[in-house]
Write a protein that binds this ligand. Structure first.
Ligand code: NAD
Ligand code: MG
Length: 293
Protein backbone atom coordinates (compact mmCIF):
# COMPACT_ATOMS: atom_id res chain seq x y z
CA UNK A 1 0.00 0.00 0.00
CA UNK A 2 1.35 3.42 -0.90
CA UNK A 3 1.48 6.12 1.73
CA UNK A 4 0.86 9.35 -0.11
CA UNK A 5 0.16 11.38 3.03
CA UNK A 6 3.75 12.12 3.86
CA UNK A 7 5.50 11.44 0.55
CA UNK A 8 4.69 14.92 -0.71
CA UNK A 9 6.75 18.09 -1.06
CA UNK A 10 7.44 19.67 2.33
CA UNK A 11 8.82 23.12 3.10
CA UNK A 12 11.31 24.68 2.84
CA UNK A 13 10.46 25.50 -0.78
CA UNK A 14 12.82 27.39 -3.10
CA UNK A 15 12.64 31.18 -2.74
CA UNK A 16 10.32 32.51 -5.43
CA UNK A 17 8.06 35.39 -6.30
CA UNK A 18 5.83 36.12 -9.31
CA UNK A 19 3.58 38.98 -10.33
CA UNK A 20 -0.17 38.31 -9.83
CA UNK A 21 -1.85 36.06 -10.95
CA UNK A 22 1.27 33.90 -11.37
CA UNK A 23 1.91 30.99 -13.68
CA UNK A 24 1.93 27.37 -12.59
CA UNK A 25 4.63 26.66 -15.19
CA UNK A 26 7.04 28.83 -13.17
CA UNK A 27 6.41 27.24 -9.78
CA UNK A 28 9.18 25.25 -8.13
CA UNK A 29 8.46 22.44 -7.42
CA UNK A 30 5.68 21.85 -9.95
CA UNK A 31 2.28 21.22 -8.31
CA UNK A 32 1.01 17.64 -8.46
CA UNK A 33 -2.27 17.61 -10.40
CA UNK A 34 -2.39 14.38 -12.42
CA UNK A 35 -3.58 12.15 -9.55
CA UNK A 36 -1.89 8.90 -10.66
CA UNK A 37 -3.48 6.89 -7.81
CA UNK A 38 -7.02 8.08 -8.59
CA UNK A 39 -9.28 5.49 -10.20
CA UNK A 40 -12.06 6.98 -12.32
CA UNK A 41 -15.46 5.28 -12.49
CA UNK A 42 -17.46 7.23 -15.08
CA UNK A 43 -19.13 9.29 -12.34
CA UNK A 44 -19.58 12.39 -14.52
CA UNK A 45 -20.20 10.69 -17.87
CA UNK A 46 -21.62 13.17 -20.38
CA UNK A 47 -21.65 16.07 -17.91
CA UNK A 48 -20.62 19.60 -18.93
CA UNK A 49 -18.68 21.72 -16.43
CA UNK A 50 -17.52 25.32 -16.28
CA UNK A 51 -14.53 25.80 -13.97
CA UNK A 52 -13.38 29.35 -13.21
CA UNK A 53 -9.65 29.72 -12.61
CA UNK A 54 -9.29 26.33 -14.31
CA UNK A 55 -5.91 27.17 -15.84
CA UNK A 56 -3.91 26.38 -12.73
CA UNK A 57 -3.86 25.12 -9.17
CA UNK A 58 -7.01 23.52 -7.76
CA UNK A 59 -9.07 24.42 -10.85
CA UNK A 60 -6.68 22.56 -13.15
CA UNK A 61 -6.69 19.46 -10.95
CA UNK A 62 -10.52 19.54 -10.88
CA UNK A 63 -10.64 19.88 -14.70
CA UNK A 64 -8.42 16.82 -15.07
CA UNK A 65 -10.43 14.63 -12.68
CA UNK A 66 -13.74 15.76 -14.21
CA UNK A 67 -12.39 14.76 -17.63
CA UNK A 68 -11.24 11.40 -16.31
CA UNK A 69 -14.75 10.89 -14.90
CA UNK A 70 -16.23 11.53 -18.37
CA UNK A 71 -17.10 15.26 -18.36
CA UNK A 72 -16.29 17.90 -20.96
CA UNK A 73 -15.07 21.14 -19.44
CA UNK A 74 -14.76 24.84 -20.17
CA UNK A 75 -12.14 26.70 -18.16
CA UNK A 76 -12.08 30.44 -17.52
CA UNK A 77 -8.82 32.30 -16.82
CA UNK A 78 -7.15 35.69 -17.23
CA UNK A 79 -5.52 36.48 -20.62
CA UNK A 80 -1.97 36.40 -19.15
CA UNK A 81 -2.59 32.79 -18.03
CA UNK A 82 -3.11 31.43 -21.55
CA UNK A 83 -0.02 29.17 -21.45
CA UNK A 84 -1.22 27.53 -18.20
CA UNK A 85 -4.71 27.13 -19.69
CA UNK A 86 -3.23 25.36 -22.70
CA UNK A 87 -1.42 22.96 -20.38
CA UNK A 88 -4.74 22.20 -18.64
CA UNK A 89 -6.32 21.61 -22.05
CA UNK A 90 -3.52 19.19 -22.96
CA UNK A 91 -4.15 17.21 -19.75
CA UNK A 92 -7.94 17.15 -20.26
CA UNK A 93 -7.56 16.04 -23.88
CA UNK A 94 -5.15 13.33 -22.79
CA UNK A 95 -8.07 12.00 -20.73
CA UNK A 96 -10.16 11.93 -23.93
CA UNK A 97 -12.45 14.88 -23.22
CA UNK A 98 -12.95 18.40 -24.57
CA UNK A 99 -11.53 21.48 -22.87
CA UNK A 100 -12.77 24.88 -24.06
CA UNK A 101 -10.83 28.01 -23.13
CA UNK A 102 -12.62 31.20 -22.01
CA UNK A 103 -10.54 34.31 -21.32
CA UNK A 104 -11.68 37.26 -19.22
CA UNK A 105 -11.83 39.16 -15.94
CA UNK A 106 -14.57 38.09 -13.51
CA UNK A 107 -14.55 41.40 -11.64
CA UNK A 108 -17.01 42.62 -14.30
CA UNK A 109 -20.62 41.43 -14.18
CA UNK A 110 -20.91 41.58 -17.95
CA UNK A 111 -18.05 39.14 -18.37
CA UNK A 112 -19.52 36.74 -15.78
CA UNK A 113 -22.72 36.56 -17.81
CA UNK A 114 -20.78 36.20 -21.08
CA UNK A 115 -18.57 33.53 -19.56
CA UNK A 116 -21.57 31.33 -18.70
CA UNK A 117 -23.11 31.96 -22.13
CA UNK A 118 -19.85 31.01 -23.86
CA UNK A 119 -19.60 27.84 -21.77
CA UNK A 120 -23.19 26.89 -22.62
CA UNK A 121 -22.58 27.51 -26.33
CA UNK A 122 -19.26 25.64 -26.41
CA UNK A 123 -20.37 22.69 -24.28
CA UNK A 124 -23.94 22.47 -25.57
CA UNK A 125 -25.38 23.06 -22.08
CA UNK A 126 -24.21 23.27 -18.48
CA UNK A 127 -24.54 20.77 -15.62
CA UNK A 128 -21.79 21.83 -13.22
CA UNK A 129 -20.47 25.27 -12.21
CA UNK A 130 -17.24 25.30 -10.21
CA UNK A 131 -16.81 28.86 -8.97
CA UNK A 132 -13.14 28.71 -8.04
CA UNK A 133 -11.30 31.86 -9.20
CA UNK A 134 -10.13 34.24 -6.49
CA UNK A 135 -8.09 37.34 -5.83
CA UNK A 136 -5.84 37.43 -2.74
CA UNK A 137 -3.48 40.13 -1.50
CA UNK A 138 -2.04 39.90 2.02
CA UNK A 139 -1.87 43.08 4.12
CA UNK A 140 -0.59 43.27 7.67
CA UNK A 141 -2.51 46.36 8.77
CA UNK A 142 -6.11 47.42 8.17
CA UNK A 143 -4.91 50.91 7.14
CA UNK A 144 -3.07 49.37 4.18
CA UNK A 145 -6.25 47.95 2.66
CA UNK A 146 -7.57 50.57 0.26
CA UNK A 147 -11.26 50.77 -0.60
CA UNK A 148 -10.32 49.80 -4.16
CA UNK A 149 -8.53 46.68 -2.95
CA UNK A 150 -11.41 45.72 -0.63
CA UNK A 151 -13.80 46.21 -3.54
CA UNK A 152 -11.70 44.18 -5.97
CA UNK A 153 -11.46 41.22 -3.59
CA UNK A 154 -15.24 41.18 -3.12
CA UNK A 155 -15.91 41.63 -6.83
CA UNK A 156 -13.73 38.71 -7.91
CA UNK A 157 -14.46 36.37 -5.01
CA UNK A 158 -18.12 37.07 -4.09
CA UNK A 159 -19.88 39.20 -6.72
CA UNK A 160 -18.62 36.94 -9.51
CA UNK A 161 -19.93 33.86 -7.68
CA UNK A 162 -23.38 35.50 -7.51
CA UNK A 163 -23.37 36.63 -11.15
CA UNK A 164 -22.07 33.27 -12.41
CA UNK A 165 -24.54 31.25 -10.34
CA UNK A 166 -27.46 33.43 -11.44
CA UNK A 167 -26.53 33.07 -15.11
CA UNK A 168 -25.79 29.34 -14.77
CA UNK A 169 -29.03 28.38 -12.97
CA UNK A 170 -30.94 29.67 -15.97
CA UNK A 171 -29.45 26.80 -18.02
CA UNK A 172 -29.35 24.08 -15.37
CA UNK A 173 -31.68 21.08 -15.25
CA UNK A 174 -32.51 19.13 -12.07
CA UNK A 175 -29.46 17.05 -11.15
CA UNK A 176 -27.05 19.93 -11.77
CA UNK A 177 -24.46 21.12 -9.27
CA UNK A 178 -22.80 24.33 -8.13
CA UNK A 179 -19.56 24.06 -6.18
CA UNK A 180 -17.50 26.93 -4.80
CA UNK A 181 -13.97 27.10 -3.48
CA UNK A 182 -13.97 28.58 0.00
CA UNK A 183 -10.96 28.53 2.35
CA UNK A 184 -9.88 27.68 5.88
CA UNK A 185 -9.62 31.45 6.40
CA UNK A 186 -13.45 31.55 6.41
CA UNK A 187 -13.49 29.10 9.31
CA UNK A 188 -10.52 30.33 11.33
CA UNK A 189 -9.96 33.95 10.26
CA UNK A 190 -6.53 35.20 9.22
CA UNK A 191 -4.80 38.33 10.49
CA UNK A 192 -3.12 39.01 7.12
CA UNK A 193 -6.15 38.29 4.93
CA UNK A 194 -8.94 40.48 6.33
CA UNK A 195 -10.65 41.14 3.00
CA UNK A 196 -10.00 37.70 1.48
CA UNK A 197 -11.15 35.81 4.60
CA UNK A 198 -14.29 37.97 4.70
CA UNK A 199 -15.11 37.04 1.10
CA UNK A 200 -14.67 33.37 1.93
CA UNK A 201 -17.07 33.74 4.88
CA UNK A 202 -19.56 35.31 2.48
CA UNK A 203 -19.06 32.41 0.07
CA UNK A 204 -19.99 29.95 2.83
CA UNK A 205 -23.20 31.78 3.73
CA UNK A 206 -24.04 32.24 0.05
CA UNK A 207 -23.51 28.51 -0.55
CA UNK A 208 -25.73 27.44 2.35
CA UNK A 209 -28.46 29.90 1.37
CA UNK A 210 -28.37 29.12 -2.34
CA UNK A 211 -28.54 25.40 -1.52
CA UNK A 212 -31.80 26.00 0.35
CA UNK A 213 -33.11 28.27 -2.40
CA UNK A 214 -32.39 25.79 -5.22
CA UNK A 215 -33.31 22.57 -3.43
CA UNK A 216 -36.72 22.30 -5.06
CA UNK A 217 -35.20 22.94 -8.46
CA UNK A 218 -33.01 19.85 -7.99
CA UNK A 219 -29.73 21.77 -8.01
CA UNK A 220 -27.27 20.97 -5.23
CA UNK A 221 -24.89 23.70 -4.00
CA UNK A 222 -21.78 23.01 -1.91
CA UNK A 223 -18.33 24.42 -1.15
CA UNK A 224 -14.87 23.07 -0.43
CA UNK A 225 -12.65 24.82 2.13
CA UNK A 226 -8.99 23.93 1.66
CA UNK A 227 -6.07 24.69 3.93
CA UNK A 228 -2.81 25.75 2.25
CA UNK A 229 -2.40 24.33 -1.28
CA UNK A 230 0.71 24.48 -3.46
CA UNK A 231 -0.53 26.69 -6.34
CA UNK A 232 0.47 30.05 -7.91
CA UNK A 233 -1.89 31.94 -5.54
CA UNK A 234 0.55 32.57 -2.68
CA UNK A 235 3.85 32.89 -4.58
CA UNK A 236 2.09 35.58 -6.67
CA UNK A 237 0.56 37.39 -3.67
CA UNK A 238 2.42 40.69 -3.52
CA UNK A 239 1.94 40.78 0.26
CA UNK A 240 3.35 37.29 0.91
CA UNK A 241 6.97 37.43 2.09
CA UNK A 242 9.67 35.21 0.59
CA UNK A 243 9.75 33.47 3.98
CA UNK A 244 5.98 32.83 3.90
CA UNK A 245 6.27 31.10 0.53
CA UNK A 246 9.38 29.19 1.58
CA UNK A 247 7.67 27.82 4.70
CA UNK A 248 4.22 27.45 3.09
CA UNK A 249 2.08 24.87 4.90
CA UNK A 250 4.62 24.37 7.69
CA UNK A 251 2.13 25.33 10.40
CA UNK A 252 -0.45 22.64 9.52
CA UNK A 253 -0.50 19.35 11.49
CA UNK A 254 0.87 17.62 8.36
CA UNK A 255 3.62 20.27 8.18
CA UNK A 256 3.13 20.74 4.45
CA UNK A 257 0.65 22.22 1.96
CA UNK A 258 -1.80 20.05 0.03
CA UNK A 259 -1.08 19.31 -3.60
CA UNK A 260 -3.97 20.24 -5.96
CA UNK A 261 -4.63 16.56 -6.75
CA UNK A 262 -5.36 15.94 -3.04
CA UNK A 263 -8.05 18.64 -2.99
CA UNK A 264 -9.75 17.87 -6.34
CA UNK A 265 -11.49 14.53 -5.52
CA UNK A 266 -13.89 16.40 -3.19
CA UNK A 267 -15.16 18.29 -6.25
CA UNK A 268 -15.93 14.98 -7.97
CA UNK A 269 -17.65 13.73 -4.82
CA UNK A 270 -19.83 16.83 -4.56
CA UNK A 271 -20.73 16.81 -8.28
CA UNK A 272 -21.57 13.12 -8.42
CA UNK A 273 -25.04 11.88 -7.52
CA UNK A 274 -23.55 8.45 -6.92
CA UNK A 275 -21.57 9.93 -4.03
CA UNK A 276 -23.42 12.87 -2.58
CA UNK A 277 -27.10 12.93 -3.61
CA UNK A 278 -28.15 13.62 0.02
CA UNK A 279 -25.64 16.45 0.48
CA UNK A 280 -26.37 20.08 -0.24
CA UNK A 281 -25.35 23.27 1.55
CA UNK A 282 -22.14 21.98 3.12
CA UNK A 283 -18.67 23.47 3.32
CA UNK A 284 -16.29 20.54 3.16
CA UNK A 285 -13.01 21.24 4.98
CA UNK A 286 -9.75 19.78 3.65
CA UNK A 287 -7.32 21.00 6.26
CA UNK A 288 -4.40 18.60 6.55
CA UNK A 289 -5.32 17.52 10.06
CA UNK A 290 -6.42 20.86 11.47
CA UNK A 291 -9.44 20.24 13.71
CA UNK A 292 -9.73 23.68 15.31
CA UNK A 293 -13.05 24.56 13.68
P1 NAD B 1 -4.59 29.69 -8.69
O1 NAD B 1 -3.82 30.94 -8.75
O2 NAD B 1 -4.11 28.54 -9.47
O3 NAD B 1 -6.11 29.95 -9.11
C1 NAD B 1 -6.77 31.15 -8.92
C2 NAD B 1 -7.29 31.59 -10.26
O4 NAD B 1 -8.15 32.71 -10.08
C3 NAD B 1 -6.23 32.06 -11.24
O5 NAD B 1 -5.72 31.01 -12.00
C4 NAD B 1 -6.99 33.05 -12.11
O6 NAD B 1 -7.35 32.45 -13.33
C5 NAD B 1 -8.24 33.34 -11.32
N1 NAD B 1 -8.44 34.79 -11.15
C6 NAD B 1 -7.83 35.62 -10.28
N2 NAD B 1 -8.29 36.87 -10.46
C7 NAD B 1 -9.22 36.82 -11.44
C8 NAD B 1 -10.06 37.77 -12.06
N3 NAD B 1 -10.06 39.05 -11.73
N4 NAD B 1 -10.88 37.33 -13.05
C9 NAD B 1 -10.89 36.05 -13.40
N5 NAD B 1 -10.12 35.11 -12.84
C10 NAD B 1 -9.31 35.49 -11.88
O7 NAD B 1 -4.69 29.33 -7.15
P2 NAD B 1 -5.57 28.25 -6.36
O8 NAD B 1 -4.92 28.18 -5.04
O9 NAD B 1 -5.78 27.03 -7.12
O10 NAD B 1 -6.94 29.01 -6.16
C11 NAD B 1 -8.18 28.42 -6.46
C12 NAD B 1 -9.14 28.67 -5.32
O11 NAD B 1 -8.65 28.03 -4.15
C13 NAD B 1 -9.33 30.13 -4.95
O12 NAD B 1 -10.69 30.37 -4.69
C14 NAD B 1 -8.55 30.27 -3.67
O13 NAD B 1 -9.04 31.30 -2.85
C15 NAD B 1 -8.79 28.91 -3.06
N6 NAD B 1 -7.89 28.52 -1.99
C16 NAD B 1 -6.56 28.41 -2.22
C17 NAD B 1 -5.72 28.06 -1.18
C18 NAD B 1 -4.23 27.94 -1.37
O14 NAD B 1 -3.52 27.86 -0.39
N7 NAD B 1 -3.73 27.92 -2.60
C19 NAD B 1 -6.26 27.78 0.09
C20 NAD B 1 -7.63 27.88 0.28
C21 NAD B 1 -8.45 28.25 -0.77
MG1 MG C 1 -3.72 30.71 -12.83
Amino acid sequence: MENRTQERPHPPFPEQKQPEPGLESRLKPQPEFEAPLYKAAGKLEGRRALITGGDSGIGRAVAVLYAREGADVAIQFLPVERSDAEETRRAVEAAGRKCHLIEGDLSEEIFCVECVQQAVDLLGGLDILVSNAAHQMRKGRIEEITSEEWDRTFRVNVYAYFHLAKAAVHHMKPGSNIIATSSETALLGNKSLLDYASTKGAINAFTMSLAQMLLERGIRVNAVAPGPVWTPLNPSDEGASLEKVKSFGQDTPMKRPAQPEEIAPAYVFLASDADSSYITGIVLPELGGNTLM
